[in-house]
Ligand binder design. Structure first.
Ligand SMILES: Nc1nc2c(c(=O)[nH]1)N(C=O)[C@@H](CNc1ccc(C(=O)N[C@@H](CCC(=O)O)C(=O)O)cc1)CN2
Ligand SMILES: Nc1nc2c(ncn2[C@@H]2O[C@H](COP(=O)(O)OP(=O)(O)OP(=O)(O)O)[C@@H](O)[C@H]2O)c(=O)[nH]1
Ligand SMILES: [Mg+2]
Length: 467
């Protein structure tokens, strides 16, 4: 059974060729004997030593830099040795094998994915949200995502969560103290302005949820599906948004058969834009399959852009499509090819987001664009960010995970229940206190103050090896 007390080793850098590569060892026990066996000398803590790395027979493997971080001043909080060699896969595998051989007697084994960071968590170097942010920083697909992961990694998100938890605990302490003196229960809420305090906590929690939601958008990206009749310019619009020819465009209706997915980013917010086969009745077998896939994409979309042709307004077919779009998904009606309209009509449509005089349906917003000239695309981009809930001037987002969002929401529900108890005529203080306790538990789950071994297993197993 692998244990959290075993010495562990792994290649810490990405597999493949690179300028340099790192093998790292971490152990709760003194690493001096391993260092002596490996390098034939002692290392000055936290100093870079340029040394030959040799195999057991004395043959040279590489010439590199060795770093020794004695506990607790290391990434894991344990004793850590780093061998920084040249970044070839064979060199690094040989270095790792040499470490495992030299450390065999001490029980040195290969690290599991995320095990270094798991140790950092177990040794209180990082809390759980910070550890998750390390993985999110590595996985970040945009600058904005990386920036907010870095903020969470240094504890900005955790501090907000902890501050809320502290305020809940304080309030709970006051209630629990009062519960011991039943005669004081009557005026507890007034005496400590518990109602106002609770309202303030709930307000700040709601703000944190909003910031976390923004982060979730950065993490996951928004799935935007371009749908509409053939030839309205869906593929042209994809290309215009992407800035290059990702999809084939021709004057022939039915050009796009299979979906085309393109990752784009608007102000650092990642979007997965999906171009689809035009929707129409057709006898063509291939096209029919494509259209079935279009509907599958529509069902999965976060946002649907229903593209219509400005020169073919009010088409029955478009009304039919609009009626079939899922009710819960935001829809933007994009009127394309406004370059073919007179200037008056084009101007009325372009830049008219939200000001549509007669939107196609109550739910749909209408924006005029030209995929050809680019007119109106900025308005469309802003609209997409708005639908994503992206608030560029808002407070910095936290790259929260679904796990965090759900815990925050559940904490919010507990506080809401507490507020309801407080508002009742026959105030039930012990129920009030219990809801506070449960809200605290939810927040503590985010930072790992309360966590199960199963949860840790799930979280760290998704890390890369060597992290
Ligand atoms: N070479 C190398 N680069 C790396 C890492 C590493 O482990 N090795 N990291 C990780 O994977 C990240 C940096 N994380 C680290 C976190 C803490 C400490 C550390 O030694 N902390 C001590 C000393 C702090 C100080 O000197 O002020 C401490 O906190 O006590 C080192 C790296 C990114 N770059
Ligand atoms: N004038 C003008 N023509 C456009 C515009 N957008 C697309 N077109 C033209 O409309 C035709 C169809 O464009 P596509 O982008 O292939 O249309 P689509 O909706 O992807 O069509 P399917 O893949 O067949 O469903 C092409 O000839 C484009 O050049 C536009 O904004 N203005
Ligand atoms: Mg197309």
């Amino acid at each position: 059974m692998p244990s959290d007390r075993d010495p562990i080793a792994a290649i810490a850098t990405a597999p493949g060729r690179g300028g340099i590569g790192v093998v790292r060892v971490s152990s709760p026990d003194d690493l001096a004997p391993l260092i002596q066996a490996l390098l034939g000398r002692a290392l000055t803590p936290r100093h870079a030593h340029y040394l030959p790395f040799r195999d057991a027979g004395g043959a040279l493997i590489d010439q590199g830099i060795a770093l020794y971080f004695p506990a607790p001043h290391s990434y894991t909080g344990e004793h850590v040795l780093e061998l920084q060699g040249h970044g070839g896969p064979v060199v690094l595998r040989s270095l790792l094998a040499r470490c495992l051989e030299a450390g065999a007697q001490a029980g040195l084994r290969l690290a599991e994915p995320g095990e270094f960071t798991r140790r950092a968590f177990l040794n209180d170097r990082l809390d759980l949200a910070q550890a998750e942010a390390v993985a999110d920083l590595i996985d970040a697909s945009s600058e904005a995502a990386a920036r907010s992961a870095a903020a969470s990694m240094t504890g900005a998100f955790s501090r907000e969560v902890n501050a809320l938890a502290d305020r809940i605990v304080h309030l709970r302490m006051l209630v629990e103290a009062t519960l011991d003196f039943p005669e004081e229960e009557i005026d507890f809420l007034e005496k400590y302005q518990a109602g106002e305090t609770l309202a303030g906590i709930r307000e700040d929690l709601a703000r944190l949820v909003a910031q976390a939601r923004q982060g979730a958008i950065l993490r996951e990206g928004l799935h935007v599906v371009l749908a509409g009749q053939p030839n309205v310019g869906k593929s042209s619009l994809l290309n215009a948004l992407a800035g290059f020819d990702a999809a084939i465009v021709t004057p022939i209706a039915g050009t796009t058969r299979d979906k085309v997915v393109q990752e784009i980013s608007i102000d650092g917010v990642p979007l997965h834009v999906i171009d689809t086969a035009g929707l129409r009745e057709t006898a063509d077998e291939v096209e029919r399959i494509g259209i079935a896939r279009t509907w599958e994409e529509i069902a999965r979309a976060d946002v649907i852009l229903h593209i219509v042709d400005a020169t073919r307004p009010e088409e029955e077919l478009d009304a039919g499509i609009a009626a079939r779009l899922p009710a819960g998904t935001p829809v933007v009606e994009v009127v394309n090819k406004i370059d073919l309209l007179g200037e008056g009509d084009a101007a009325a449509l372009a830049g008219s987001a939200g000001k549509a005089e007669e939107p196609a349906s109550a739910a749909a917003r209408r924006i005029g664009v030209s995929a050809l000239t680019g007119r109106g695309l900025d308005v469309l981009r802003a609209e997409l960010l708005g639908i994503a809930g992206w608030n560029p001037s808002g407070e910095s987002p936290y790259l929260a995970r679904e796990r965090h969002l759900q815990a925050l929401r559940r904490a919010g529900e507990r506080l809401e229940a507490a507020a309801e108890h407080a508002a009742l005529d026959d105030r039930v203080l012990d129920l009030f206190a219990e809801e506070l306790r449960l809200a605290h538990l939810e927040l503590g789950g985010i930072t790992g103050e309360f966590s199960s071994d199963d949860l840790l297993g799930v979280i760290f197993s998704r890390f890369c090896i060597g992290k």
